[in-house]
Design a protein around this ligand. Structure first.
Ligand SMILES: Nc1nc(=O)c2c([nH]1)NC[C@@H]1CN(c3ccc(C(=O)N[C@@H](CCC(=O)O)C(=O)O)cc3)C=[N+]21
Ligand SMILES: [Mg+2]
Length: 315
């Protein structure tokens, strides 16, 4: 084997390559859940057990997995969980009636209606029906407005989880987010838009890119912080990233995996993010993996929001 490094052929393999720190969302979520668990125990001593209701309409298998994970963590934290699984043909009026019952139930402090809902149900009608004090997803207009104004509100769990990972990453380097340029790719109500509000509140300069943006790669290359939330597997390639940037990958994309690639030898699906991890991790300063990045933080922040909601309702 030729070990003599010729400048062209083997530079990639033999020169020390800067490799991104992999941000451990599982560890960060375990730390947050430990804090939440301790505070749930102290609230329980005052006679209040935080309760989270999760409503799932339909049988989408991916949604069922998330709902099961949420309920498991809820119980592990010492909270009460209330699961409502309704058939996909449930009428909007029936769902609204369930939401009304949960709003009135003093044991329920947080309500999450899993999205997306079947197309015959108007999503925003359901979200607006949830008591804003119990809206642990932060999707009600009242909470969205409060977030945009920088007022105290229940903020959406995925962007809140991203902020925690970013704060920890910069704190480890002895800095903070203030003055940095953040580029968000995506403008959804559940991730992109609230992410912009949270980054602004942390004094970032914020650029929001979307499907109609011109020269997105060029704009993204100016970012100190990249938050990818588009839902397109491996869309963000290495040429979008400035060396040393911190990259948060919100994408959860299930793609087909061939039998040879699978650890079990069976053809299955596998999870990938919106970021081409293999390529970008050679350029970025730090990056979240998928799975094990943002996903676990989302659930931990949901339980932190439920604790906050329970405290406020019992004060
Ligand atoms: N009202 C509402 N609120 C939500 O917060 C909400 C929703 N609807 N609909 C669906 C999406 C999706 N979502 C995830 C949460 C955790 C993981 C998660 O824990 N992911 C693990 C892996 C899970 C796996 O292996 O499938 C990870 O990334 O490591 C993923 C996805 C919350 N959502
Ligand atoms: Mg993840």
């Amino acid at each position: 084997m030729n070990t003599q490094a010729t400048p062209t052929a083997s530079a990639d393999e033999t020169l020390a390559q800067p490799t991104a720190a992999v941000i451990d969302g599982k560890a960060a979520s375990a730390r947050l859940l430990k804090e939440v668990t301790a505070e749930v125990a102290s609230l329980a001593q005052q006679g209040v057990i935080p309760g989270l209701a999760v409503v799932l309409v339909g049988e989408d298998p991916a949604s069922q997995v998330y709902v099961r994970n949420k309920l498991k963590r809820t119980v592990e934290c010492g909270m009460q969980s209330f699961e409502h699984v309704l058939p996909s043909e449930t009428r909007e009026a029936e769902l609204l009636a369930l939401v009304a019952r949960l709003n009135a139930d003093p044991e329920v402090h947080g309500i999450l209606v899993q999205l997306p809902l079947p197309t015959h149900i108007q999503e925003d009608a359901v979200l607006e029906a949830i008591d804003p004090a119990k809206d642990v997803d932060g999707f009600h207009r009242m909470n969205v407005g409060a977030l945009v104004q920088g007022a105290d509100a229940l903020a959406p769990c995925t962007p809140t989880g991203c902020m925690r990972l970013l704060r920890d990453t910069f704190a480890e380097r002895g800095g903070d987010l203030s003055g940095l340029h953040a580029v968000i790719i995506g403008r959804s109500n559940i991730v992109g838009k609230p992410m912009a509000s949270l980054l602004l509140a942390a004094n970032c300069s914020v650029t929001q890119l979307h499907s109609r943006s011109q020269n997105p790669a060029e704009l993204c290359r100016q970012a100190d912080i990249v938050v990818a939330a588009v839902g397109r597997p491996n869309m963000i390639s290495a040429d979008w990233i400035k060396p040393g940037a911190v990259v948060i990958d919100v994408g959860i994309n299930r793609i087909a995996q061939s039998a040879e690639q699978s650890p079990t030898g069976k053809a299955r699906t596998r999870l990938v993010g919106d970021v081409d991890f293999a390529a970008v991790s050679k350029i970025a300063g730090a990056i979240t993996p998928v799975p094990g990045g943002v996903g676990p933080m989302t659930i931990a922040c949901l339980l932190a929001n439920t604790l906050t909601a329970a405290r406020r309702q019992s004060a």
